[in-house]
Design a protein around this ligand. Sequence first.
Ligand code: ADP
Length: 224
Amino acid sequence: MAASGVRLVLLGKPGAGKGTQAALLSQHYGVEHLSTGDVFRAAVAQGTSVGLEVQRYMDTGELVPDEIVIRVVDEHFAAGGPLEAGFILDGFPRTLVQAEELEQVLADHPLELVLNIEVPTEAILDRIAGRRVCVNCGASYHVNKRPTVDWTCDVCGGDVVQRDDDTEAAVATRLEVYDRQTVPIIDFYCNLGKLVAVDGVGDGDEVQERLIKEVDGRFAPGRP
Ligand code: ADP
């Protein structure tokens, strides 16, 4: 039987570092990184029908309705998304309905681990106020940690800008929505014995080391 890759979910408040860490972990383990936020931002930028549907929710910091999110994720996995090869999900699931749907979709390829990246809200507010992201690949920067050349992405050369939903009002809504809609799935994964909390304070490399330690402690890469 072919070896299969890690199947992970990253949870955490907006600005906890899910996107940055998912990108690093996907390189480290050689598996796909799927961010529903990135998928929706690309759809908005390209003006697709999904983009037109989701933009108003995203701009105000509300969640995109479950049926739209589930449709997009189902299509991804149905179109050969890497159940066997492994993946890292970032920003999905975000509601109990989505978490239950994911269990169905994965069926006999269950998640190995759900990593909850914990960062206090004061630190989150600071991070998001200075956050700048690449419109093309989603790489994340900060006004204190800029790209090498102006506001041009070091990874892909795209423009690095402030996200439309990183305004004070949208961030307040996103944090409130997180408490109300996403925190309940922490218990859901705890009850399945899959949840691990990881301290998300510190620089990106430190946090990555903590995450890798947790994953490697529970997952033997290359297992049959
Ligand atoms: P963050 O975690 O920093 O808030 P994301 O890039 O994950 O950022 O998501 C940005 C926005 O995209 C969310 O505020 C929401 O509007 C939408 N979105 C992304 N993923 C989901 C999801 N799984 N369910 C509902 N809405 C989503």
